[in-house]
Design a binder for this molecule. Structure first.
Ligand code: HEM
Length: 481
């Protein structure tokens, strides 16, 4: 537990742990009554953070009393890069945006694009690249950063799905890297904003110094990239290119907001905020979930063998996305990876009216609530003594004939996609993309983690690996065709 110092409060304690903030949070919550801990910042800083991973609290805050726990102004300030997009807004604006997002994403055009874009990019770029690396693998020096490769791949896929433009990042288009680097920089600084008093980072922002100077520079890069994308799309529309064949979210949004009902959203600012929100919410989360999944699979040969067996037995032709529903063990393994390494490790809420949580803690306006989804997946009291083991079986019900189906877990216990009315809108498409990529890669390759490579979580609002995932690629001998 961090000491509560005079004047400085518990701030020195948290600052010393920033480099391993998620594990520190897990350790503190494990020792805290009802998995809940009150953190007090420096005197007069108004920094009161309630850390929790108690499922009863999570259900209370995210599901049963959602109107008392909005994202709030502080969250909006921290995530100012996303403007007034779906993730940062509350109340009526959130309700309308959520409806618009669901309408667009439910279009069959969009749904089939998710499968076809992923397959096309995989067959044309990712698989050939990995095949080449596997063929060159005779050199003992040849190792690749799988996290980096998957990051670039999902960047291309989600840019295509959200904006209709394929940036070709995986293929080596260097003009994209400043944008991708800027996004990484921003995600890192967002965590710093969470861990220092508001007044501190706001002063830095005001004077344009320290990490806030880097934030301002990164923002310029991001804004000009997004502005370019929107203007390209508008040009296409002005030239009256047939939009019915395109199924990216930007086109679908632009079509829908022509309707009177959505006229309040007719602005470039809204399109900019939405586009960035979807890119930020979708691309990195899927990339990092897959990276942790491949690491866990590589470290667990028993699971890898079962996955290979299932994929081989269900695979008909080139990884048709309809056959993905049948890959139950794979689905379970992805959930298990997300339990241990949730791409969004923290969920942040503010408090409107004083309330008593099921854990017995009183929260008042001004308290910020930090729900640690990372800690939630690692509590023995919630997941059992073997909670640190990678066991897809915990997600499966077997009957006496050996048939099996997925087991449902309440989202206040498995919080990787959030819980309640603000649950992730991209959950369905995430599983399509992840299952297509995971099944094709496991069918074709075995990844050997480079001896001595240290894998540890980074400090970011999305949970990645600090040193990447260095592997050697081996083509599976039985699947050389
Ligand atoms: C493995 C992949 C993903 C994970 C783990 C994930 C996780 C989450 C989490 C934890 C939330 C927050 C819920 C809350 O605030 O209570 C969220 C919200 C959201 N996600 Fe995802 N997400 C993933 C993929 C995606 C994808 C692919 C998209 C879309 C392209 C997406 C779009 C969104 C949006 C727009 C929200 C805000 C919803 C709202 O506030 O109403 N996510 N996601």
């Amino acid at each position: 537990f961090p000491l509560n110092w005079p004047i400085l409060g518990m701030l020195p304690g948290i600052l010393m742990q920033v480099h391993r903030v998620h594990d520190w949070c897990t350790e503190v919550l494990t020792e805290s009554p009802n998995f809940t801990f009150m953190f007090h910042g420096p005197w007069f800083s108004k920094m009161h953070l309630l850390f929790t991973c108690d499922p009863a609290n999570i259900n209370h805050i995210l599901n049963l009393n959602v109107s008392n726990y909005p994202k709030g102004e502080n969250f909006k300030d921290i995530f100012d890069i996303l403007g007034d997009g779906l993730i940062t807004t509350d109340s009526e604006s959130w309700k309308n945006q959520r409806k618009l997002a669901r309408l667009s994403m439910a279009k069959s055009r969009f749904h089939s694009a998710v499968g076809s874009c992923t397959l096309e990019k995989m067959n044309n770029t990712l698989l050939p690249l990995l095949n080449k690396m596997a063929a060159d693998n005779s050199s003992p020096e040849l190792k690749i950063n799988l996290q980096d490769l998957i990051w670039k791949f999902t960047f291309d896929v989600f840019c295509l799905l959200i904006t209709g433009v394929d940036p070709g990042y995986l293929g080596g288009n260097s003009s994209v890297s400043p944008f991708a680097k800027a996004i990484e920089e921003i995600e890192h600084i967002l965590v710093i904003r969470h861990t220092v008093p508001v007044v501190w980072w706001k002063l830095q922002r005001f004077f344009g110094v320290g990490s806030e100077k880097k934030m301002a520079d990164a923002r310029k890069v991001v804004d000009s990239f997004v502005e370019q994308l929107i203007s390209n799309q508008k040009q296409d529309q002005e030239q009256e290119k047939d939009a019915s064949a395109t199924a990216d979210l930007l086109t679908l949004y632009m079509e829908l907001i022509k309707d009177e009902e959505w006229m309040c959203f007719r602005s470039d600012k809204f399109l900019r905020d939405s586009l960035l929100t979807f890119l930020a919410a979708g691309q990195g989360t899927v990339a990092l979930a897959l990276s942790w999944f491949f690491w866990l699979v590589a470290m667990n040969p028993r699971v890898e063998a079962k996955l290979e067996e299932e994929i081989k037995s269900k695979r008909t032709n080139d990884h048709d996305h309809k056959e993905m529903d049948e890959l139950i063990y794979l689905h379970a393994a992805l959930c298990e990876a997300l339990r241990l390494f949730p791409s969004v490790p923290l969920n942040h809420k503010s408090v409107l009216k004083t309330d008593v949580l099921p854990s017995g803690h009183t929260v008042c306006p001004g308290t910020e609530i930090i729900i640690s989804m990372y800690a939630l997946g690692r509590m023995k009291g919630i997941w059992g003594e073997d909670c640190m083991e990678f066991k897809p079986e915990r997600w499966i019900n077997y009957d006496e004939k050996g048939n099996y189906q997925l087991r449902f877990e309440a989202s206040y216990k498995f919080g990787a996609f959030g819980c309640g009315p603000r649950t992730c809108v991209g959950r369905g498409i995430s599983f399509i993309v992840m299952k297509l990529v995971a099944s094709a890669l496991i069918y074709n390759f075995h990844f050997e983690v480079v001896h001595g490579h240290v894998v540890q979580p980074n400090v970011s609002v999305v949970l990645g690996m600090k040193n990447g995932l260095m592997v050697k690629v081996h083509k599976r001998s039985s699947n050389t065709g």
